[in-house]
Design a protein around this ligand. Sequence first.
Ligand SMILES: [Zn+2]
Length: 170
Amino acid sequence: MSKFPFDEFADALAANDEYIKTFKYSGLTGTAQKGLAIVTCMDSRINPLSVIGMNSGDAKILRNAGARVTDDVLRTLVLATYLLGVKRILIMPHTNCRMAQVDEAEIHREIDTKYGIDTSELEFKTVADQKASLIEDVNAVRNYRLLNKGVSVGGAIYDVATGKITPIDC
Ligand SMILES: [Zn+2]
């Protein structure tokens, strides 16, 4: 077993030392106080809680490449809607998403060309039409038979240039 790579995480650990000095969330539980779950992309330009004016404790955040609804997202939403207070789910991909600009084959090819690794066993779930994929994903959640009933599910696209979220009819 290798040791923790302290050098690579020095900045994060130092920042955490500061963070705990004024830590104010010890009273929170794991229940989403605002009853919300957000499914969004891993894109580092998105700060999901800030986007909708929420704070630690308010919402569940699920992230992956492209904000896609996968089996693991569904699994997590089932838990969130039965056990963790989630009553509404916002699926929020974003403009300028890499996953919406290339197709599956291009990504595999790029990684193979640059790193010599064949990733073709993975499905990256790229999107050809962002709006169409969002509608598909929203409905996949709405229609998931194991999800708690009465949960509202909506889709919106986050604009990385302006910070605005635009709801999409699904
Ligand atoms: Zn993205």
